[in-house]
Every structure is written in C-alpha cells, then in structure tokens.
Design a protein around this ligand. Structure first.
Ligand SMILES: Cc1cc2nc3c(=O)[nH]c(=O)nc-3n(C[C@H](O)[C@H](O)[C@H](O)COP(=O)(O)O)c2cc1C
Length: 187
C-alpha cells in the first residue's frame, strides 16, 4: 500500500520536515508492505510561496492514504499548500484516510490550521483521521526528540495506516456537495 505525505511548507527543511520525516521513517520501518512518497513543492517563488509539479496530483491520487502537513502561517495553512489543494480533483481524496499534521510557533494556535484543513477535506469527502498531530516548532529544535513526541507520532501513523488497511479503498456516501452539484448541472 502507498502513503503520500504532503509537505506543505515553502521553506524546506524545517521543523515540519523533521516531524514528517519521523512519521515516514516509522511507517517504512513498522509497515514494510507500505511505500512512502513525499510530495513537496519544487519551485520557490519567494519566502512564503513555492509551487508544485503537475505530477503531484497523480501521486496523491494513487495513494491509499495521505498525511497532509502544514506549518501555521497567519493562523491558517500556508498559501503554498492551498495552491496544491486547488489543483486536486475530488477523486484524489474522496473516501481516503487523511491525517493532519501541523506545526506552529505558538501553542495557542494548535487548532487553527487543523480546523481549516478539516473544512477543506469535507469538500473532498475525505476520511479525515479523528486525531490530528500538532507540535510547537521548538519540539524539533534540538537533535533529540522527546520520547513522548515520538510516541505521539507513532500513534498518528498507526491511525492513518489502520484506517486504510481496514477500509481497503471503500467509498462512502452520500456524495460530497461538489459531486452532487456537478451531477445536477449535467442532468
Ligand atoms: C509567514 C509566517 C507566518 C507565521 N504565522 C504563524 C502563526 O500565525 N502562528 C504561529 O504560531 N506561528 C506562525 N509562524 C511560525 C511557523 O508556523 C513555525 O515557525 C513553523 O515551525 C515553520 O515551519 P518550518 O519550521 O517547517 O519552516 C509563521 C511563520 C511564517 C514564516
């Protein structure tokens, strides 16, 4: 099975890259039947924006499960990540397990980007994993990552993998709004 991890920062590497890397390594180690494909922006167009290659859409569409990750920028996700989301067709995430990972400087912003991502994932009819992972950036500032953080990341990885393995690509209705409206306009 295949996990696509979406790295939603315009400025690699950073704290988010570290957190995501720990999840990826953990899945490769503990779930050897899984492959992991990190989808990251390729072209930097300034300090807060980078753009994505066209094949990002296909790689995410091919995955059995997705981890979507973003640093918190201005109380929300990055514009860079939104650029990718706007490229994705509904089928890319429909009924697909998606785990949410966010990192911010301020602990008070722990729900900010997650909330916005859950709204966007509802447009897709994605199977948003119930428990998101959030960390303050300084968690990944030193060489050593605390044991409880490593454990949280393991639980997060388990959640996404188990959802995908147990549900094995099943689809769920009712259709999300976008599908209903496009059916109506065709009929
Ligand atoms: C443009 C910009 C906006 C940011 N806005 C917020 C914010 O609203 N709240 C917050 O807690 N941190 C904010 N931060 C801090 C980042 O979320 C944090 O440093 C994060 O670790 C950056 O990701 P990185 O280390 O992977 O580069 C902002 C950083 C930048 C560059």
């Amino acid at each position: 099975m295949k996990l696509a991890t979406i790295y939603g920062s315009p400025t690699p590497p950073g704290k988010l890259a570290r957190a995501l890397g720990l999840i990826e390594d953990d899945v490769r180690t503990r779930y050897p039947t899984w492959s992991v494909d990190r989808v990251a922006p390729t072209n930097s167009v300034g300090p807060v924006v980078a753009t994505w290659d066209e094949d990002a859409v296909e790689r995410i569409g091919d995955a059995d499960a997705v981890v979507i990750s973003s640093p918190v920028f201005r109380g929300s996700i990055t514009g860079t990540l939104k650029l990718l989301i706007d490229m994705l067709p509904n089928e890319a995430l429909r009924s697909k397990p998606v785990g949410i990972l966010t990192v911010a400087a301020a602990p008070h912003h722990f729900l900010s980007a997650e909330r916005h991502l859950r709204d966007v994932l509802a447009w897709f009819g994605a199977l948003a994993a119930p428990n998101a992972a959030f960390f303050v950036d300084k968690t990944f500032g030193a060489e050593h990552v605390a044991d409880d953080v490593v454990e949280e990341l393991r639980e997060f990885a388990d959640q996404v993998v188990v959802l995908a393995e147990q549900l094995k690509g099943r689809g769920f209705g009712p259709d999300p709004l976008t599908v209903r409206y496009s059916k109506k306009s065709q009929g």
